[in-house]
Structures are given as C-alpha cells and as structure tokens.
Ligand binder design. Structure first.
Ligand SMILES: [Zn+2]
Ligand SMILES: [Zn+2]
Length: 753
C-alpha cells in the first residue's frame, strides 16, 4: 500500500516524505542475564532483544549512565529491565561466593540489589508495575516489586521499605517521603543498583529543575549509604539527550551512553503535510473518513476534547464504522475498551487528545492524522510513530492549523526530513530552586564542601546566603538544618510560589477546578468568566491572594479577557550581541504587571460588548530574559503615531508562536512583552529565577528573528491572520497589530537586513 494517489495528487498536500521500511536487527541476551529472566521475557512475547535493547542493557550493566531515546513502541522498557532484573531478581550478581558457606547462606537470605523506578505520574508508575507483575507471573515469582506513592497504605510502604527489590514511584514521593526518612530506608538504599527515570522528556523548566535537584539529593543519600547507583533514562526522541541526563543528574555528559537508533523493524512510512481550506478538525474528519472508508484503521489527534468528540462523531457518521474518541476525562474502563477494540479490529478509528501520548499501548495503525502541530517535533513524531506495523505501509498526515508554527513547518518541510529534535530546557541554574533543595539536602545529611559541586556552580554562594538567612548553620563538620520543621514541606515540585486557587461553586461548595497562583489575577478576579470543562462559571467573589474563588453558573455565550498594565526592565545584563542594526541581550529582567480591567466579549463573534474595572495588586517577576533592542530613532520612522507599538506587538506574537520550534516549550512557559516606552522586545521565562528556556533559546536568537521575518514576509494575507500575527492567546484581544511594520522591524534585527 503506497501513499494513495487521491491524497498525494490533491493540491492541499503541500509536502510528501517517504521512509523505506527497515528490517529489525536482532540481538542476543547477554551471558549475565539469568536463564529464568530470559525465559520470562520469552513468556511475555520477547524471544530475543533488538540490538538497541541489547546495547542499552550492556551499557547499564557495565555501570554507565544510559538514556534510551528511541521512538514509541521500540521497546525502551526492556533495555533497562534486563539489567534491573539481573540485579534485583537475584541473578548472577548476587550469587553467593563459593567459599564461606555460612556467609553465603546469609547473603541468599538477604535482599538482592534494589532499583528505583520514577515516572512523572502515579498512573504511569502503576502501568509500569503492571508490566512487572506480568513478568512475575511469567516465571519470576520471587521478584519483589511494588508501586508506592502518597496514596499507598502504611503496610505497602513498609513492605516496600523492608522487602521490595524494585520500587516504582514518582519524584514527588522520593522528595517528600523517601529522602526525609532515608535512614529508615538504609537497607533499600545501601543496595541501590539502578535509578530508572522514565519519560524523562517531561522533566523540563521549573518542574525539571526541581526533579534534577531531587535526583541529586537521592544520589547523595544513596552514596552515603554505600551504594553507587547507575542512572537509566528513557525518553521520547529529544535533541541533545546526553545533556539532558547531565542536567537532571549532575553527571558528566561525556560519560552518558545515548541509544537513539531503533533497531526494531519499521514499516515504510509516508508523511504528508496538508494545508486545509476548511477548519483543520473538519478536514481531519474528512481525511479520516476517506482512509477508514478504504479499509485503513486510522488514529486522529486533535488539540481539544471537543475536537476529538467532533472528529469521532463526524467520521462515524460518514463511514458507518465504529469510531471512538479517547481523551483525558474518560474512565479507565472506557479507555481499555477502546484499546481492545483497536486490537481486535472492531474499532476502525479513534480520535484522541494528547491524553494518548502518555504510556498508552496503541500502535500499529494504518494511518495517523494529526490535526494541528502538537507544538514540538518530538511529539509530532511520537504521534506519527503510532502508525505502521510490519508488512504494511503506513501513512501519517499533519493537517495544518491556522497557526504560525504550522505555517512555518509547511514552508520548511526539510526540518521534518532532517529529523532534528528540540532540546529540553531545565532550569538548573535557578537560584531559588537550588537553594531550597540545598536546605532539604542539608536536613537529610549535613552539607559538606565535597557535596556542593553536585548542586552547581552557585551552590557555595547560595549556602552562604542560607546561613545569612538563618536557614542553615555552619559548624566545623558542615552546614546543618537547625529548624524544627521539615525543609521539604516548603518545596512544591510542580508549582512555583504560593498555592493555587480553588474555583468553588458558591451554591454547593464543590471544588470545580484549581488555578495556579501565577494566573489567578487574570482568570478568577471578580466578574471573570471561568470555563471548566466547557461550562462557563462567573466569579462572584475572590480576594486577591486568597485560596478560594466563589463562582456561580454564568450567562452562556459570553466570555471575558483580563487586561493589564505593566512594563519590563533589564536589571542585569549577562551578554550582548549585534542584531542587525540593533542589539540583543541576555540577562535578568523585572516584569511588572497589574490586572486593572476586564473586557466582556461575545463568545461566537469575538466582539467586545462591555468592560469593567478590576482591582488586583501590582505583581513583580524577576526572571531570565532575552531581548532585542532597536535604535531609539526607529520609532520616529513609523507614522502615524502608535504604528510602532502595533508593529512591536505583532512581532511579540510571531516570536512567541515560533518558540516551540526552537526548544521544547509550550506557549504558556515563555512569553514576549514589548516595553511600551522604549524600543525593546523581551521574551522571558515565567518561572521566577528562570526555567532554563531563555538560556537555551539565547544561542539561537538570530535564527528565531530570521524565522519571524521569513514567516511575516511569506504569509499571503494582507493585514495579518492566525497563521502569522493574530493570536487566540492575546490578552489584548489582538487590538492594534501591524503586520507590515512587524516584518520591517524583524528585518532590521536580522544580520542580513
Ligand atoms: Zn497572515
Ligand atoms: Zn497580544
């Protein structure tokens, strides 16, 4: 089945890439893997490993930190499970020495080596545990595994501590439970042979920085108990994987083994970039109908739950086949039924949201249609990777959304062909985060000079600040935590700053949603309409910085958008460079903003129908920023007055929209602002102190501005459209944008004019 003629001959098919099928390359189980383990693998369907699994297993067994970044369904788990099983089930590594029988008996009675598995969510750790239990049932009844987390019973936690050889959990539990009571876990920790970090690409930005510090604390504590664990990571395909391991662990990137090439067999894959004439979800449904109608089992990805429902129902109607939707809110039971239906062929199509991206075993489809760019090439390829099974050709289509990132990719299909991937930013230089974990680490074990390099170059300076702030106390033997409370309780891995706001129904007292503190001013001020799972609620009462916002059902058809005033100033310059006729700079910025007004608009037409004043405090954010500065005379060249600001505003939109093409981020993680008075455009992290995004983008500042200019010049619209400068995220509702002006300014900031 080659790529269908009706599809490829359509003018909407803007680019087409073909990848040949590839046979698998089979490896062999290493001699150190116990026969019983190999037999259990065979029992669950793996007779022999693929070569890349063998390579990863050998590297880990040899004591080298290793990351597997091969595509979906290439069997990453097996790559680390082989050495983990060899160590923790009781293979050759813990055989008793032949002499000294008394001691040998003792060693057999003792637990073998241990290993710790970390997943970003509780659910994923439990999924992985289910895989372990299948292996246990397949002939390894003495393999002692358990998933634990904050919801576990005391019995389970105690069993994990005293008996388990392989504990599956998440970083939050390691941070808040395991590390603070590490002395009680000394049996487990002293035997710790492997730390497995799964779905490692999820650890980015501020959350990534927290996890990076938790892993450093874990390594420190494990070494204290006499272990020297080897780090194993598995991740979606990412750019610069060794650097990511280094960022998350503090290990030397040159010592990391990267296994990125899958040797599993791959079907031939045709990839088509599609420029729709209609809405991308509508054309996705049409394409799905045509593919399913021609007998191809098809998976569609949409960006919203509503989109998934709509694509599924339209396609089912057109084809008369069973087409299901699959989204985050579904019950496990429904989801399993969909998976089962796909496998037995009774389900011919599925429309899914990104909920399907995490640890779901749906692969081997005939076609994947992706409605809109998911934001990173890594997740785009992950989605495409669900198409193809051996012996059958597969098709993957990206239906472009009206978005600058989609437009840019359609203009640069070579990016897709080169299979380059965005690197993952981690904010390990964030002083606030490092300092908080230094304090936690000091409570776990007094900090010594030797321990500091693990926490980065600023560790010593931060420790002195902690002493000055009376958080730590210096004694001859090191730095000590001397307070009665737990240092870890002051740290939340997943949010920064004070807690969120609970959106609560004033009638029933039911909590409908939680809003993080950073966006509360905009979304839950009195009068704001807050949409929860498609249902609009209006905030009747919320005092700034308080934990509860009371809401009542809102009038349908109306939405609100908060307006703010503020500015941005550079408070520390780290480096500057030429940027066309202007300059670019990297450093620390102070962003101030105050929500002071709210627009009320019609949900369907987008027309503003009212506005009212809002009273929220002035907020200050100190973080990392990257800026472009134009010569001060530039504004004078643009008439009428106000045109310059409109051009800067449009340029803000384009630059932010293109960012996910440069580093793994989404548009809520990095924002652009222009200084209303000056001629400066700033992009900055939203994590106080920086999430690593800006630092990673900075070396590519020139590329970013050139891409913005190219996109503005190439877009066929006259005054701006959603493919270039019009943004649904604009808090100002796209008021005052100037496309031609933005293109001119971007050109001025490019080295080639
Ligand atoms: Zn346009
Ligand atoms: Zn805007």
């Amino acid at each position: 089945m080659a790529v269908p003629e009706w599809l490829i001959s359509d003018v909407r098919a803007r680019a087409h890439l073909h990848r040949e099928s590839r046979p698998g390359r089979v490896g062999a189980w290493p001699g150190w893997l116990p026969d019983e383990v190999a037999a259990a693998f065979a029992e669950v369907g793996v007779e022999r490993p693929w070569l890349h699994q063998q390579q990863a297993a050998a590297s880990l067994h040899g004591g080298h930190p290793t990351i597997l970044t091969t595509p979906t369904a290439s069997g990453k788990s097996l790559g680390y499970l082989a050495p983990v099983l060899a160590a923790t089930w009781g293979g050759t590594e813990c055989s008793p020495p032949e002499v000294d029988l008394g001691r040998a008996r003792f060693r057999w009675a003792k637990r073998p080596h241990t290993a710790l598995y970390l997943a970003p969510t509780k659910a994923l750790a439990h999924d992985q545990w289910a895989l372990c239990r299948r292996l246990t049932e397949a002939g390894l009844p003495t393999w002692r595994t358990i998933a634990v987390d904050g919801d576990s019973s005391t019995d389970d936690r105690m069993w994990a501590r005293d008996h388990a050889a392989y504990v599956l959990t998440n970083p939050d539990w390691v941070h808040a439970a395991l590390l603070p009571s590490h002395s009680r876990w000394s049996g487990f920790l002293s035997s710790l042979r492997y730390i497995v970090v799964d779905e490692a690409h999820h650890y980015r930005g501020g959350f990534g920085a927290h996890v990076a510090m938790v892993l450093r604390r874990l390594l420190r504590v494990a070494r204290h108990h006499g272990a020297d664990p080897v780090v194993a990571m598995a991740s979606a395909t990412i750019g610069d994987a060794a650097a990511h391991v280094a960022a998350l662990t503090g290990l030397d990137p040159d010592a990391v083994t990267v296994v990125s090439e899958s040797t599993a067999p791959a079907a031939a894959l045709d990839t088509v970039l599609w420029q729709p004439r209609d809405h991308h979800d509508i054309e996705t449904a049409v394409l799905c109908s045509q593919l399913i109608g021609r007998g191809r089992q098809t998976l569609a990805f949409t960006s919203s739950r509503n989109g998934a429902e709509k694509v599924a129902s339209t396609t089912a109607e057109h084809t008369g086949e069973r087409v299901e939707s699959y989204r985050g809110g579904h019950l496990d039971l429904d989801r399993r039924a969909v998976e089962q239906g796909l496998r037995d062929g009774s389900v011919r199509g599925v429309a899914a949201t990104s909920a399907l991206e995490l640890g779901v075993d749906i692969t081997g489809l005939d076609a994947v249609v992706c409605s809109g760019h998911p934001g990173s090439l890594s997740s785009l390829w992950q989605r495409f990777g669900r198409a193809g099974r051996s012996g059958a050709d597969a098709l993957a289509v990206l239906v472009a959304a009206d978005d600058p990132l989609d437009a840019w990719l359609l203009d640069h299909p070579e990016v897709l062909a080169s299979r380059t991937f965005e690197p993952i930013p981690v904010g390990v230089g964030n002083r606030n985060i490092v300092a908080a974990h230094l304090a936690a680490s000091a409570q776990e074990l007094p900090l010594t000079e030797d321990a500091l390099p693990l926490f980065g170059a600023k560790a010593r300076e931060l420790v002195d600040e902690l002493v000055a702030g009376k958080v730590l106390r210096k004694r001859p033997t090191g730095w000590y935590w001397t307070r009665p409370d737990r240092a870890v309780d002051a740290i939340s891995l997943r949010t920064i700053g004070p807690g969120g706001v609970e959106v609560t129904d004033i009638e029933t007292g039911q909590i409908l949603a939680t809003v993080d503190a950073g966006s509360a001013d905009r979304t839950v001020h009195p009068g704001a309409i807050h949409v929860v799972r498609g249902v609009p609620w209006q905030v009747v009462d919320h005092v700034a910085d308080s934990p509860i916002a009371w809401v009542e059902p809102a009038q349908p058809g109306v939405r609100t958008a908060a307006q703010s005033v503020g500015g941005v100033e550079v408070i520390g310059t780290e480096s500057t460079a030429e940027a066309g006729v202007g300059t670019s700079g990297l450093g620390e910025v102070r962003v101030t903003s105050q929500v002071n007004q709210c627009l009320v608009f019609d949900e369907y037409s987008g027309d503003v129908i009212d506005n009212f004043a809002v009273d929220r405090p002035m907020r200050t954010l100190d973080t990392e920023g990257l800026w472009w500065e134009l010569p001060s005379a530039t504004a004078a060249h643009m008439t009428p007055k106000g045109r310059f600001a409109a051009a800067m505003h449009a340029l803000e939109h384009v630059v932010t929209a293109l960012l996910p093409g440069f580093v793994a981020c989404d548009r809520s993680e990095v924002v652009a602002v222009s200084d209303p008075g000056g001629a400066r455009l700033v992009i900055h992290d939203l994590v106080p102190g920086g999430g690593g995004f800006i630092r990673m983008i900075a070396p590519r500042a020139v590329d970013l501005m050139q891409s913005a200019r190219d996109l503005l010049e190439a877009c066929p619209c006259t005054d701006g459209c959603p493919r270039c400068i019009v943004s649904v995220r604009c808090p100002d509702h796209n008021a005052a944008l100037d496309k031609a002006g933005a293109a001119w300014l971007a050109g001025l900031l490019c080295p080639d004019g």
